[in-house]
Write a protein that binds this ligand. Sequence first.
Ligand code: NDP
Length: 380
Amino acid sequence: MSKKVVLFGSTGSIGTSALDVISRQDKHLRAWGLSANTNWRLLAEQAERFKPEFISISDDDAVRKYRREYPESAGLLVSQAEFRSRAVEEADIGLVAVVGAAGLEPSLAVAGSGKRLALANKESLVMAGGLVMAAAEKSGCQIIPVDSEHSALFQALEGGRRAEVSRILITASGGPFLDRPATQMEHVTLEEALSHPTWSMGKKITIDSATMVNKAFEVIEARWLFDMPPDRISVVIHPESIIHSLVEFRDRSVLAQMSMPDMRLPIQYALTYPERLESTVKALDLAGIGGLTFRAPDPEKFPCLAVGFAVAREGGTLGAVFNAANEVAVDAFMKGRLPFGGIHRVISQTIDKHDNRQAGTLDDILEADRWARTEAQKCL
Ligand code: NDP
């Protein structure tokens, strides 16, 4: 019987790739619910093609436009709250592919449901890893990471016992500025920052990759997903993006997961795990690639990476503050109100002002998120 998948954020880069996977695996997977923020036209096309049971649109203006254009499909469109509750009641898998802090509530809802959470939205773990993991543990929810690095770690970890793991190594492409001197980073343009050399992704994560905030987030994500102390997590630059991450065991054996860089692979794995199904991802041609290279990240050029390790070590409400300050700074950079180099300054100034607290409840997280957005705005 096919698994019912609810996609939170079906119109984005991950969402559309996930629908591509579902369309090719239609004996195994069915799109049960689809949601978008503003892109109601694409959502309507997806609904026409995939025939979900319900859809949802977050943006009020987009809801009005959708209703005007499709008066006959009013029964299909449900509120965000109903979308969440039907997702956790009816679906087998919730894929959270919303970008940013808006992914937290869907992640928490699926984590608390005992169903599978296919998690792309890394911001949920950065903001509230403790809460998401505790909710999943209590409900019996299985979290399968969609992020390629964490999917790689998840797969490599199957090669040994947890107590035998000595450390994990997260690979990073290094983004578009890998070979640019640190002194020339301040005023790189939006267009340059959006030209990722190996991955095609949504805009926000592409900017996060250029600053390496994305890698900082992945360190925090790994800390929560695999219960790994930050001092046993390393980051290594691997510009070819063929090795997606590695696990070192105590006998010094290292297991890596490799493939061509294509998000449809980790998405499919998260949806069909433990099965491995055929895929359309290009086969790896190592001789054609010729060489795999590695280097250490330059801390001067990518200062946000160290912030990620510090946040992973300290925990509390700092993750929510890091995420919120980054969202404000990235938005300002994309609107031309902040130079690229300002992203790190806004993040570090906001973090420096924060009085870190225990993040015991969702309210603690949301309060820290609100506080950090206001403070980060002041730094612009
Ligand atoms: P995109 O920007 O391409 O897509 C984001 C999706 O979220 C869209 O469907 C968008 O709707 C929806 N959305 C945005 N804001 C809201 C909101 N406030 N409420 C509800 N829905 C919203 O992002 P990506 O697909 O690139 O990334 C999604 C997540 O996955 C991110 O957290 C990212 O870090 C993570 N990720 C992405 C990877 C990638 O390859 N793209 C790789 C690994 C992780 P609309 O289209 O209407 O705006």
